[in-house]
Design a protein around this ligand. Structure first.
Ligand SMILES: [Fe+2]
Ligand SMILES: [Fe+2]
Length: 196
């Protein structure tokens, strides 16, 4: 076990009705998981990487369902802001997929992971700067509460801490491919938002 501990999402009791603080906390969880993947090797790295992949998949899917639609309808110039973010998210997903096919002990793994980390952090800063700031200014309380509910519901699908026990890697793998996880996240978010 590495001494790097990534706190379990939700352990900090972030205000459950504050969608921006939830998303910012997830940006921090993603950063911590990158640290954990970089600091480990072998099975530990494999396990930390699975958790990173899951959180990134769930986080980006939830943003696509919750944050981007809000920015499109409520922010001047929102269409372009969202298009730029979607381009970044697409690129990150492609790089994630190529890393996902690689053995984490492959010498090409770490350089690609560091590149991905850089891109993901640039993307997160752009979201905070061009999207979250508008959500913070919104006064539609019902809308904000629905968004927060959706982000919480999605978050429950991506544990940031390893499962206890030696079978953790196998368990994480058994949770299924990323595309299926994204589909399930979409359903969960839409239900929580009160849609179909
Ligand atoms: Fe995003
Ligand atoms: Fe984000």
């Amino acid at each position: 076990m590495s001494e790097l501990q990534t706190p379990q999402a939700g352990d900090d009791h972030a205000a459950d009705n504050d969608v921006v603080s939830l998303l910012m906390r997830q940006h921090g969880d993603i950063r911590n998981l990158f640290d954990e993947v970089e600091a480990t090797a072998g099975d530990e790295r494999r396990d930390a990487f699975r958790r990173l992949v899951r959180l990134l998949a769930v986080h980006e899917t939830a943003e696509e369902e919750v944050v981007h639609p809000f920015v499109r309808r409520a922010v001047a110039g929102g269409e372009q802001i969202v298009e730029d973010r979607l381009t970044e998210e697409r690129e990150a997903k492609e790089m994630l997929a190529s890393l996902d096919e690689m053995d984490p002990d492959d010498p090409r793994f770490l350089p690609q992971l560091i590149q991905l980390r850089h891109d993901v952090q640039t993307h997160a800063r752009a979201e905070e700067r061009y999207e979250f700031i508008h959500i913070r200014r919104s006064t539609d309380v019902t809308d904000l509460a629905a968004m927060a509910r959706a982000i919480k519901a999605a978050e429950a699908m991506a544990p940031t801490r390893p499962h206890p026990g030696v079978e953790s890697a196998a368990k994480n793998m058994a949770l299924g491919p990323v595309a299926a996880l994204m589909d399930r996240t979409k359903d969960t978010v839409r239900k929580a938002m009160g849609g179909s």
